[in-house]
Design a protein. Structure first.
Length: 152
């Protein structure tokens, strides 16, 4: 038997409250924070002495969630990287909104901005990348015409 369903994506962050607020501003629903530590988590993720706080932010339609995680122990010695769309690994998530311009305007009011331009894709979607805190990128897509119900 194969997989059953997609469940979540884990995102490691430095400022848990700032990043959580960013996703809440996009319309995600926040869960209560959890403190996680102990031998079981050390064994699962292959690190010793783990202590972390985690908040789930859930898509309002129930289609998925992000687990936002702040490690108190051990910490990552590497510096935070900037939001480059061609960096190897998972680079962005896509989020469908019903008023892209309104969402972008609201986020600009909070000091955030697009990575590039807002563009129309084949009269089907209005798209942009938003540069979030800590180098996170969220693709925003507003369906403006017929076609696939999946953003490009």
């Amino acid at each position: 038997m194969g997989g059953v369903r997609f469940d979540h994506v884990g995102v490691v962050v430095d400022d848990l409250e700032l990043v959580t607020a960013f996703f809440v501003d996009l319309g995600f629903e926040r869960s209560n924070p959890m403190r996680i530590e102990g031998e079981w988590v050390d064994r699962v993720i292959g690190l010793d002495g783990v202590q972390l706080d985690m908040v789930s932010v859930n898509a309002p339609d129930g289609s998925g969630r992000l687990e936002l995680t702040k490690f108190h122990r051990p910490t990552d010695p590497a510096a935070t990287q900037g939001p480059l769309a061609n960096r190897l690994g998972f680079r962005h998530i896509a989020y469908v909104v019903d008023d892209l311009d309104g969402v972008v305007e609201r986020l600009r009011g909070k000091g955030l901005d697009t990575v590039g331009d807002i563009v129309d894709y084949e009269d089907i979607y209005r798209l942009c990348y938003i540069g979030g805190p800590e180098g996170l990128i969220v693709e925003l897509a507003e369906q403006i015409g017929g076609g696939s119900d999946q953003a490009p």
